[in-house]
Design a protein around this ligand. Structure first.
Ligand SMILES: [Zn+2]
Length: 371
């Protein structure tokens, strides 16, 4: 990035930080990393007070700010062993959508991709809560994904291996879900024909079996034909579900899958639950630096905001700058795209007055020059 664009971005970032400085949990024990030209230009920095951190941010205005998920006695010492590790938050990093085909994909700023990743992040939060009794905090990464932070003593001491196992657990690695289903022989009194009874996850199942039960339960309760079909429920059985949903739910509750499904598509059921796209290395790397929640992302100008556990996500939720204000930029190329529901058609080398968050986005993306 050129100095001129950097200065414009920094001036807006500084204004933002003057009114909304991120506060870092356990700040004196964290290692910090900062970037101006890339995400981390240097690391191993530490601050003894929040005031020192604020002074640094307002003076040097980094475009990217990260802090360690770990807590150290001497966070600025090098090499890493000198820092004296005392524990770490548990984190998950998600940034790749499962597919670009399941929505109308846009190259520049794709809300569809982000919604897909968001849905995966919600799955992790559910795993943490249901299977581990942990409360995760969902944070937008600032560009293409989400981070989940779990703080507190419950996770502080988790070994690298334990973290790896958790990441593999949510990704269904090594899971044999077929084993949740058993087919018991049963003989009908009248014909002595072996009809078989398929037993599967029930209302009292826990862990992964409980998740598969819940997915099927939702599909039956909402009479979701598409899901039922994918999960292996035949046309005849789907008709039964539509006609007598309460009865089917009661059968599922006791684990009698034969009532509504003769051959479940176990792989599809697992896919509806598992988290397909975490960067596992981030979870078990105890010395990773991660974007500071409530800091700005220098590649987009968006806020790495802590989000409520809601079903939806929109870029409007993470805007740091007032969209009723404008910024003049000079596009480096012809640009035609949609930003926050508004269509733009900008010409190369022509001055363009655009909403401030978009202008900063284009500067951060190096798609435009500052005049
Ligand atoms: Zn997309």
């Amino acid at each position: 990035m050129n100095d001129k664009e950097l200065r414009v971005i920094q001036s807006h970032f500084r204004t933002f930080y003057q009114r909304a400085m991120p506060s870092v949990v356990a700040l004196p024990q964290r290692e910090f990393g900062f970037g101006w030209h890339k995400k981390i230009d240097y690391r191993h920095k530490a601050f003894s007070t929040h005031r020192d951190f604020e002074r640094f941010v307002l003076q040097d205005v980094p475009l990217f700010m990260s802090s360690s998920t770990a807590y150290y006695r001497f966070p600025d010492k090098q090499p890493m062993t000198q820092k004296e590790f005392s524990g770490a938050d548990l984190v998950f990093d998600l940034d790749a959508p499962r597919s670009k085909e399941n929505h109308s994909h846009r190259d520049l700023l794709c809300e569809g991709c982000l919604l897909d990743v968001h849905e995966q992040a919600l799955r992790i939060l559910a795993f943490l809560k249901d299977d581990f009794g942990l409360q995760g905090v969902l944070v937008f990464s600032g560009q293409k994904g989400f981070h989940i932070h779990v703080r507190g003593e419950a996770v502080w001491d988790l070994s690298k291996e334990a973290r790896r196992q958790m990441a593999e657990y949510v990704a269904a690695e090594g899971l044999d879900a077929e084993a949740f289903f058993t087919k018991a022989a049963a003989y009908s009194d009248s014909s002595e024909r072996n009809v078989g009874t398929l037993r599967g996850p029930s209302g009292s199942s826990g862990g992964w079996a409980g998740k598969i039960y819940a997915v099927m339960r939702n599909a039956i309760a909402s009479n979701n034909t598409a899901s039922l079909k994918v999960f292996g429920v035949s046309k005849k059985h789907r008709d039964d579900v539509a006609a007598r949903p309460a009865e089917m739910l009661a059968q599922l509750e006791v684990g009698n899958w034969s009532a509504f499904c003769s051959k479940p598509n176990v792989e599809a059921l697992v896919s509806a639950v598992k988290v397909a796209q975490t960067d596992k290395a981030v979870t078990f790397d105890l010395h990773r630096l991660l974007r500071i929640p409530e800091s700005l992302h220098g590649g987009t100008g968006f806020l790495a905001k802590t989000l409520p556990e809601a079903d939806s996500f929109a870029f409007e939720d993470v805007l740091a700058f007032d969209r009723s204000k404008t910024l003049t930029v000079i596009p480096r190329d012809d640009l035609r795209f949609e930003f926050l529901g508004e269509k733009f058609d900008l010409l190369r080398a022509r001055f363009a007055e655009v909403p401030l968050p978009l202008g900063l986005f284009l500067l951060c993306q190096e798609k435009a020059f500052a005049p």
